[in-house]
Design a protein around this ligand. Structure first.
Ligand SMILES: [Zn+2]
Length: 217
């Protein structure tokens, strides 16, 4: 049987970038030696997922770091944070949530995002993409975030934005997320991509998303 691609065929194919070699991952547990076993497992998760995350984002011109550092801190009062190629994890968080390797995926995505920090870079999309990789690609489906349909806003970022971006990309054009990512890498405003790929501005699209979820509920 012959297969004829429709003219908009590209929108059904998620565009992938070239895989990158996994950087060396250095672990510093000097301030929290009790986290050593978890840290080793976290390194394994990061090594296994690094190349995949690079292929799912617009990383063809991304400068692959030689080394990524995982630091474990007894002082941090939130689960983890990333600055350049260093991820700092809360020793308390990983001790209390030993099953939470999703936090590694989220922070590792921030390392790979490496956006230059332009004023046109919306924080909700940055966190939405990190959680998109985490919840929609890494975590099992039953653990995905459930939105409060009366209160959720896309500006909440994180799991809310992740779910929204995944829906918009799957419904309209799978090039949406990599295109948002690419423009933020260049320090450009990513927002026009919503209109370009869906024909709708982000607020109209959000209303449609919430209406769709309400019908499913
Ligand atoms: Zn984050």
């Amino acid at each position: 049987m012959l297969f004829f691609a429709p003219p908009d065929f590209d929108r059904w194919i998620y565009p992938t970038s070239t895989p990158k070699p996994v950087p060396r991952i250095e672990i510093d547990v000097s301030e929290a030696p009790e986290t050593k076993a978890w840290a080793e497992k976290a390194r394994g998760v990061a090594q296994a997922w690094y190349g995949t995350i690079c292929t799912l984002l617009a990383t063809d011109s991304y400068k692959n770091p030689k080394v990524i550092r995982f630091v474990f801190s007894p002082k941090l009062n939130y689960p983890a944070g990333t600055a350049n190629d260093t991820i700092t994890f809360s020793a308390k968080w990983v001790t209390d949530h030993p099953e939470d390797f999703g936090v590694v995926i989220h922070e590792l995505t921030h390392v790979i995002q490496q956006y230059p920090g332009s004023p046109t870079t919306p924080g909700w999309i940055v966190e939405g993409i990190a959680d998109y990789i985490r919840w929609l690609k890494y975590e099992p489906a039953f653990r995905r975030p459930r939105l409060n349909l009366d209160k959720a806003r896309y500006q909440d970022g994180y799991g809310t934005a992740a779910t929204f971006l995944d829906w918009a990309g799957s419904k309209y054009d799978l090039r949406l997320i990599p295109s948002l990512d690419r423009s933020m890498r260049k320090g450009e405003d990513p927002m026009p991509w919503f209109e370009k790929f869906t024909g709708k501005d982000v607020d109209t699209l959000w209303k449609e998303f919430i209406d769709t979820l309400r019908k499913r509920a």
